[in-house]
Design a protein around this ligand. Structure first.
Ligand SMILES: C[S@@+](CC[C@H](N)C(=O)[O-])C[C@H]1O[C@@H](n2cnc3c(N)ncnc32)[C@H](O)[C@@H]1O
Length: 235
């Protein structure tokens, strides 16, 4: 992301965290999809010690991962989110290190070190295809061989974001702009995601979850794609 896009995104996200129109801006509990993913790992007896939370926001999911025994590295565009996480991590004595970092540039993470990486509604907001490619390369590089990557984002059929496609500034990329938060994102079908990630990751499990949830003060039927990927050995 270039400097002016980064500044624009930081300003829009800082304003969103003030207004708290998107559930992740105010929720303290971890996202349900992540809890299901952790249950899946437990069922499969898959263990790990080091995880990354990409676009961690105020850290609700980082704290959950840390409570499950992971050392967590949490990355977010906003310095104020990083400061909030550090304060809480110190108070709760949980092993979370947060960094103000654009995840579409080089990550401050050792190659082949992560057992898992999670992205809850961040990837979709990187609205530049080259920047997304860099993100996927960084993710691939940071994961251990066979490491897991969990991605959660709004489906193209989502009740809030889906209809915004009618006013898309770039329909071929499924680019939409949230008219309340003035934040851009891409919408995905499972087929789109599979195509985008298949060069570096194997899709292990995918689901579309439906729920009722507020966006900017109004209830919508939300449709969210949740995908478990595993790092490919070669690419
Ligand atoms: C919808 S919020 C989700 C926050 C968190 N994952 C959660 O579920 O609570 C998206 C977050 O991604 C961050 N973000 C957006 N683009 C980013 C980028 N290029 N690099 C790092 N963080 C980014 C924003 O600052 C924001 O905190």
């Amino acid at each position: 992301m270039n400097m002016s896009c980064k500044l624009q995104a930081q300003t829009a996200w800082a304003s969103e965290y003030q207004k708290q129109g998107i559930p992740s801006s105010f929720r303290k509990e971890p996202t349900g999809a992540l809890v299901e993913f952790m249950n899946w790992l437990e069922e499969k007896k898959i263990q790990g010690t080091f995880a990354a939370d990409l676009g961690c926001g105020r850290g609700r999911n980082s704290f959950y991962l840390a409570s499950k025994g992971f050392s967590v590295i949490a990355l977010d565009l906003l310095q104020e989110n990083v400061d909030t996480i550090h304060k809480e991590a110190k108070l709760s004595h949980l092993p979370i290190q947060a960094f103000a970092q654009d995840v579409s540039t080089n990550w401050p993470i050792e190659p082949n070190s992560l057992d898992l990486a999670i992205d809850i509604f961040c990837y979709k907001h990187i609205v530049n295809k080259q920047a997304q490619t860099t993100y996927r390369q960084e993710c691939w590089k940071a994961l251990k061989p066979d490491g897991f990557y969990f991605l959660s984002l709004a489906s193209i059929d989502d009740g809030f974001y889906g209809p915004l496609l009618q006013n898309s500034p770039c329909p071929e990329e499924k680019l939409i702009i949230d008219p309340h938060a003035h934040i851009a994102s891409y919408l995905y079908s499972l087929a789109d995601l599979s195509e985008e990630f298949s060069d570096r990751f194997t899709l292990i499990k995918a689901s579309e979850n439906t729920s009722q949830s507020p966006m900017h003060g109004k209830e919508y039927t939300r449709k969210v794609l949740n995908c478990i990927w595993q790092k490919r050995a070669e690419c």
